[in-house]
Design a protein around this ligand. Structure first.
Ligand SMILES: [Zn+2]
Ligand SMILES: [Zn+2]
Ligand SMILES: [Zn+2]
Length: 170
């Protein structure tokens, strides 16, 4: 995603991109990867992924449960958690630890290191690979003799869209 230059200031949340495209691409990649890997994207896993991709906002597990109930009456919290675990394992979504929520992975469909920029105003999460940061972090870990399970760095703040929609105050 490039920084937007065509943001309309009349709308609080301008639609900068064709989100339907994000969703269809994400689902196509997921379906393809599952076939290649010989794992099953079951209807419930597919639905959870689709619901997470409803927007770029982080989604909590209980919100997913609420939204999936009308579609799958038998869905229980454990069903949702199992689907989430699967999607994380397959690198299709990321857990946002600081929000205890989940967001669709927009880059690769494999496990990777990343920097998550979390907007406290709109809850959107942007992921950036940030290779230089990650290399520096790896060096710190090895100097400390520390084995990291994950290398996601989460930063909280205000995203470019929210800043522009408030007229670049501050
Ligand atoms: Zn999108
Ligand atoms: Zn990702
Ligand atoms: Zn925002």
């Amino acid at each position: 995603m490039h920084p937007s230059t065509e943001v309309s200031h009349s709308h609080p949340h301008p639609l900068e991109h064709d989100h339907k495209k994000c969703v269809s691409e994400a689902l196509d990649i997921a379906e393809h990867l599952c076939v290649v890997r010989g794992v099953q994207l079951t209807p419930i896993r597919h639905q959870v992924l689709e619901l997470i991709w409803d927007s770029h906002k982080a989604v909590k597990a209980y919100d997913l449960l609420d939204r999936i109930k009308p579609l799958q009456h038998a869905a229980k919290p454990a069903t949702i958690y199992r689907a989430l675990d699967f999607l994380i394992e397959q690198g299709l979504i990321h857990r946002v630890e600081s929000l205890n929520a989940f967001v669709g992975c927009s880059c690769s469909g494999h496990q990777h290191e990343l920097l998550l920029l979390i907007c406290k105003r709109c809850n959107e999460v942007e992921e950036r690979p940030a290779p230089k940061v990650m290399t520096a972090l790896s060096e710190e870990f090895s100097q400390a003799g520390f084995v990291a399970y994950s290398k996601a760095i989460e930063a909280q703040g205000i995203c470019v869209k929210c800043r522009e929609s408030q007229g670049n105050q501050n």
